[in-house]
Design a binder for this molecule. Structure first.
Ligand SMILES: Cc1cc2nc3c(=O)[nH]c(=O)nc-3n(C[C@H](O)[C@H](O)[C@H](O)COP(=O)(O)OP(=O)(O)OC[C@H]3O[C@@H](n4cnc5c(N)ncnc54)[C@H](O)[C@@H]3O)c2cc1C
Length: 473
């Protein structure tokens, strides 16, 4: 019998397994496809590996402006081989970690057949791809089944070989000359940046009036402008407020904002209309777990409504990001340890899920990142704010490393009442690397005066946060 059985070996599953294994718990991790889940196999890591090749290509093309001459070209098959090499090395690394912490990994589909009840362990059946199922017992069960691409019912999109989801596009054999992207969320925008850097002409068709819904709306136009000409030879055109009606082969027909019928002809179409939590196939109904359309309901310790069953990561629908999955996994693991043997985590703040300081990033050329409230969110909550925004070009580091096309900015938002830091948003190089610092300021509830007394390294792009804070007050 196991102390804990985990269903799903993505970031939430493998991190929780590691944390529990470190504490000498007997852990079983069930994964039906590949260790590492979406993030490692078809998400964050392969996308950023391709993006790294794209950046090298763009930088080489732009080198002349910086005094470095080259005649760059790229070989897509090698780009793909490097991506696959990175993914398989990282996958082996996770398998190694599982071994190191004594976590048993079984390949197959995990399904809860009985929840833990009245001191009795729960049961999970594991069915391998070819073979009969086998039952396992666990005192606690943690569901980390993740999410899959959402498929909107657009006529002509299903079983159309020219309409791909992000997983298929990551491994496409040739770079399309023209790519239509349905959806201007993070994935759509990242792939638009990626493929335009490899020379594709992109049209992003988005139903809302702006791209990336959680971005501060003063910053999204900056990102759109900066993305127009990637430096890799391709272009990006954004069609906002446009509703896709149907797809004919690879031509996307849509109703434009003014009501006119338009069509965008492409070689391939990326369907990037969001992701949905996996709520089927792992025994949710048998276990009696409360499921909403946007995921499994949990409390702030990741407990489901069924005692002895926890959930973490995308499957909860709380925040569909890998680092959120990691954090939820840590909280669930700590709570499971408390459930199993009464150990309490030693931290000065309560070890629960908080979503006021979850950083996000859009990785492209340029990057965008943010944490905390946008100006629009603050207004919706009735919080009156003070704010300041500084263009990236005033940073020495940024000026040294970038051409003056496609500028970004750093924006800080504080509460007017007590000058508490509420939001930090950035478009431009390194944004994804320094945004954690913004999360720390918000998480620690620091005031503008506190940030003024901190020392930021120079020359960096992140010191614009401090400069902007001085502009506030
Ligand atoms: C193209 C793309 C790019 C992304 N880029 C980023 C990024 O840059 N940064 C970021 O933070 N996030 C990014 N994400 C999101 C990130 O990948 C997810 O938030 C993260 O993978 C969620 O982790 P998870 O463990 O909850 O679920 P997943 O990673 O989806 O893992 C769930 C696992 O459970 C397995 N599973 C499901 N059901 C069962 C079952 N019944 N039995 C056994 N196994 C099962 C699945 O096979 C899967 O391996 C990206 C996503 C995509 C698609």
């Amino acid at each position: 019998m196991y102390d804990v059985i985990l269903i799903g070996g993505g970031p939430a599953g493998y991190l929780a397994a590691e944390r529990l294994g470190r504490r000498s718990k007997k852990v079983l991790l069930i994964e039906e496809k590949y260790l590492g889940g979406t993030c490692l196999n078809t998400g964050c890591v392969p996308a950023k590996t391709l993006l790294n090749s794209a950046k090298l290509y763009v930088h080489a093309r732009e080198g002349e402006k910086f005094g470095v001459k080259a005649d760059p070209s790229y070989e897509w098959s090698t780009v793909q081989r490097w991506k696959n090499e990175v993914v398989s090395k990282m996958r082996a690394g996770i398998a190694g970690q599982m071994k190191r912490f004594g976590v048993e990994v079984i390949e197959g589909r995990g399904e809860i057949t009985a929840p833990p009840l009245g001191g009795k362990p729960g049961r999970v059946k594991v069915t391998p791809a070819n073979g009969a199922g086998e039952d396992h017992q666990g005192q606690a069960i943690l569901v980390c089944a993740g999410s899959v691409p959402a498929v909107p019912p657009i006529p002509g999109s299903r079983e159309n070989p020219r309409v791909l989801d992000s997983t298929a596009l990551l491994s496409v054999e040739t770079v399309p000359k023209k790519l239509a992207v349905i959806g201007g969320g993070v994935i759509g925008v990242e792939f638009a940046g990626l493929f335009s850097s490899f020379g594709s002409d992109i049209t992003v068709i988005e139903m809302m009036d702006e791209i990336v819904p959680f971005m501060d709306q003063e910053q999204s136009p900056l990102l759109r402008r900066a993305m127009k000409n990637s430096g890799g030879g391709g272009t990006v055109e954004f069609k906002l407020g446009c509703k896709v009606e149907k797809i004919n082969d690879a031509a996307v027909n849509y109703t434009a904002r003014d009501g006119t019928q338009e069509s965008c002809a492409a070689d391939l179409v990326l369907m990037a209309a969001g992701r949905q939590p996996v709520t089927e196939n792992w025994g949710a109904r048998t276990a009696g777990i409360d499921i909403r359309p946007n995921g499994i309901t949990t409390d702030d310790r990741m407990r489901t409504n069924i005692p002895g069953i926890w959930a973490a990561g995308d499957v909860t629908g709380k925040s569909l990001l890998a680092h959120s999955a990691y954090r939820m996994a840590e909280i669930a693991a700590a709570d499971i340890l408390e459930y199993l043997d009464g150990t309490q985590s030693v931290s000065c703040i309560k070890n629960v899920w908080r979503d006021n300081a979850v950083p996000w990033a859009v990785y492209g050329i340029p990057e965008a990142a943010g944490v905390g409230l946008t100006e629009q969110e603050a207004a919706a909550k009735g919080i009156s704010i003070v704010k300041a925004s500084l263009p990236m070009r005033v940073s020495g580091r940024f000026a040294a490393e970038n051409t003056f096309a496609g500028q970004g900015a750093v924006k800080v938002i504080a509460a007017a009442e007590d000058l508490r830091m509420l939001g930090i948003h950035a478009v431009g190089a390194y944004a994804s690397e320094f945004i954690w610092g913004g999360a720390a300021l918000i998480e620690q509830e620091l005031r503008v005066e506190d940030v003024k007394q901190m020392i930021f390294p120079h020359p960096t792009v992140c010191e614009l946060i401090k400069d902007a804070v001085f502009e506030i007050h």
